[in-house]
Design a protein around this ligand. Structure first.
Ligand code: C2O
Ligand code: CU
Length: 478
């Protein structure tokens, strides 16, 4: 009996030691820094397509995937990141200066970091720039430290409303003020009428339109064409209601809507990082655009003095059924790869921290998937949100076409998006063409979620990066 007990104790001790070793290994494995080029990052996922053939691919580093290197740019500007009272600002303003380009322009922006200790980068959210211009610390460049500068150059090929923000410690830096609007206008004579960008951002917990918390007014004569560009730089969806006129939703995430029809009195659910452009001709009576659940609103009226009450509950605009259908490259297409993106929660270690963390396909960052594609592939991604919270999923460098939501195909205008709000329990199928080689982040734009590991990457075959993230390295993109 004694012997048996002793044997049992010894066994128990070994079992415990074994368990401790396993947990210790999981802890050790979870720690950063890592490099994406070493391919020790992420679980390589080929989406049913061919595996990577290293031999067939000359080594291509992200640094070489630049925009046009030479020639005079059409738009040239400098953004200086610096502390400003308790905010961090570009050129002393929050939001930073609104940058305008025309479609086809070469844009050159010099980023200067005056005194932001953690370093800064600029990511052109929704602009499908060449990879080296994407501004992600540790993936496409090193963070720009105090006293340093970095030049971004790219051609503005798209049309519509975008924004820029730091992608170094972005969960803190965007909230603190390192962001601004980026608008690409059509070529040709400038449009007459009112064209305004309104970035919804919380200051001390209250949403503002640009820098203004509370009521704002604007005088607009009857008949004038008005375009309002709504950007949500917060971490959660903002419900924005437009009342007093029929209007159209003319742009979503920097893509024009095909055949927008007039709707009246509706609420737009603008996900974190997303943009909606609305347009109307100014009626004789006032028009109100307001952030639900707050005092913040813009009231347009002939004399600029009208007051309008906040509306009660309105129907929510649905991009899945809005506008006219139009052929896309995906009609009847055979997909080269199909990926799963199942968002959940899991107990484990994140960079050495134990807890119940976000997971993708059952794995915690950095073991979340690394999707591998080949240039030219038609790619489908099935997104399922089993995590109980809303996640605005943002793929860098590409726009995705929404094919279906909860099994129902979209029926309206092709719905191209770069930041798709996936609510708890929802399932989407999206598609994109792999036409922008590089190493691209794919993450939740609730930036604290990204910082807590809701981050993964898309890698083109043969592409690698010399940059590193985490640990003693200065790069912390999230
Ligand atoms: Cu607006 Cu990866 O970000
Ligand atoms: Cu999220």
């Amino acid at each position: 009996m004694r012997l048996f007990l002793r044997a049992l104790t010894v066994l128990g001790v070994f079992a415990l030691l074994g368990l401790a070793a396993l947990v210790g290994m999981a802890w050790w494995d979870s720690r950063l820094p890592r490099s994406y080029s070493a391919m020790d990052m992420g679980v390589l996922d080929y989406g049913g397509g061919p595996a990577q053939n290293h031999a067939a691919h000359p080594h291509l580093t992200v640094e070489r995937l630049t925009g046009p290197a030479n020639g005079r740019p059409d738009v040239r500007t400098t953004l200086v990141a610096a502390k400003k009272d308790d905010l961090w600002a570009f050129n002393g303003r929050v939001p930073g200066p609104e940058i305008h380009a025309r479609q086809g322009d070469v844009v050159e922006v010099t980023l200067v970091n005056r005194d932001i200790d953690d370093g800064v980068t600029i990511h052109w959210h929704g602009v499908d720039v060449p990879n080296a211009e994407d501004g992600v610390a540790g993936v496409t460049q090193d963070a720009v430290m105090p006293g340093e500068r970095y030049v971004y150059r790219f051609r503005a090929e798209q049309l519509g409303t975008f924004w820029y923000h730091s992608h170094q410690v972005s969960s803190r830096q965007v909230r603190r003020g390192l962001y601004g609007a980026f608008v690409i206008l059509p070529t040709g004579p400038p449009s007459t009428g009112v064209d305004r960008t309104l970035i919804v951002h919380d200051f001390d917990g209250k949403p503002a339109f640009n820098e203004g918390v509370g009521g704002q007014r604007l005088a607009v004569p009857r008949g004038v064409h008005v375009r309002l560009r709504l950007v949500n730089s917060n971490n959660s969806p903002e419900r924005i209601s437009l009342t007093g006129t029929p209007f159209s939703v003319v742009g979503i995430d920097g893509t024009e809507v095909n055949g927008p029809t007039a709707i009246e009195d509706a609420t737009l659910d603008v996900g974190a990082g997303a943009r909606y452009d609305v347009a109307f001709d100014m009626p004789a009576s006032p028009v109100r655009l307001g952030v639900d659940g707050s005092e913040t609103a813009l009231v347009l009226s002939g004399d600029g003095r009208a007051d309008v009450e906040a509306p009660s509950e309105l129907p929510t605009f649905d991009p899945a059924t809005y506008g006219e259908p139009k052929r896309t490259v995906f009609d009847g297409a055979r997909f080269d790869r199909t990926f799963e993106l199942r968002i959940g929660k899991k107990i484990g270690f994140l960079d050495g921290r134990p807890g119940r963390h976000w997971s993708v396909n059952g794995k915690i960052f950095p073991d979340t998937p690394m999707y591998v594609v080949r240039r030219g592939d038609l790619v489908k991604v099935r997104i399922a949100n089993e995590s109980g919270a809303v996640h605005p999923m943002h793929l860098h460098g590409h726009h995705v076409l929404v094919l279906s939501r909860d099994g129902r195909p979209t029926t309206g205008s092709p719905w191209w998006t770069d930041t798709l709000d996936v609510a708890a329990g929802e399932e989407y199928e999206v598609a994109f063409r792999a036409d922008n080689p590089g190493l691209w982040m794919d993450h939740c734009h609730n930036l604290p979620h990204a910082a807590d590991g809701l981050t993964m990457h898309l890698m083109y075959e043969g592409v690698s990066t010399p940059f590193r993230i985490g640990g003693d390295d200065e790069n912390h993109p999230e």
